[in-house]
Design a protein around this ligand. Structure first.
Ligand SMILES: *Cc1c(COP(=O)(O)O)cnc(C)c1O
Length: 223
């Protein structure tokens, strides 16, 4: 079996310049994250608040943690001191709460708006219509302690790469609509986080600036 370091290097060698890698380390022990850190990796993604809170103090503090899972409202306060980017803002309510908790500890936090474009009902996120309407109503751009830096999405779990490509294209077009619309005066709105182990090559073709890769680096997760 290839080592974490070899896997990382293989992925990074294929990534075009300007595309950054979030190493998705959920369900993997801190020793494996430390191996990736030693190989130079600094961006890590976790999808459960408890796990992020447990791991962060065990690892070097120049790691930038991206929260990528559904964020329950009662967990926002607990992750706020650790997290660099919350990629999974899926409602205006959550955005308001993140503003409140960031203000409480006097920091500014980067976030992405999660879009739901996949066929599965289980994935969370704004629908395209919802996010555009929220933008038009000024509900995405009124937060002094939150920098909205772009959008995040997952494609359907399917081997049909044509379907996946259509979904990533929709994400990209929605991103551009927001960028030219309510974010036209926000220099920070630049990120398109899309693509995982099985579909990141497609995501990159549609303009991904961040890819979130777990299995191809750390191997299969044991739940
Ligand atoms: C788990 C997860 C990933 C990584 O998935 P892999 O298929 O293991 O690369 C990416 N994004 C999100 C939101 C995830 O929950």
């Amino acid at each position: 079996m290839a080592s974490i370091q070899e896997n990382l290097e293989k992925v990074k060698a294929q990534l075009p310049g300007g595309v950054r890698l979030v190493a998705v380390s959920k369900f993997h022990p801190v020793e494996e994250l430390a191996a990736a850190y030693e190989a130079g990796q600094r961006l890590f993604g976790e999808n459960r608040a408890q796990e992020l809170i447990a791991k962060a103090p065990e690892l070097p503090n120049d790691i930038r943690w991206h929260f990528i899972g559904h964020l329950q409202k009662n967990k926002v306060r607990a992750i706020m001191p650790h997290v660099s980017v919350i990629e999974s803002i899926d409602s205006v309510e959550l955005l308001k709460l993140v503003e409140k908790e960031a203000a409480r500890i006097d920091r500014t936090v980067d976030v992405l708006l999660q879009l739901h474009v996949a066929q599965e009902e289980t994935k969370s996120g704004f629908s395209v219509d919802e996010v555009i309407e929220a933008g038009e109503n000024g509900l995405l751009t009124c937060y002094p302690h939150v920098r909205v830096c772009g959008v995040m999405a997952m494609a359907s779990l399917t081997e049909d790469m044509e379907q996946v490509a259509q979904e990533f294209d929709l994400v990209r077009r929605t991103y551009l609509t927001l960028k030219d619309g309510c974010f036209d005066e926000s220099p920070d709105f630049n990120e398109l986080s899309m693509g995982m182990s099985d579909d990141w090559q497609v995501a990159v073709k549609y303009g991904a600036t961040l890819v979130r890769i777990g299995t191809a680096i750390f191997g299969p997760r044991v739940y």
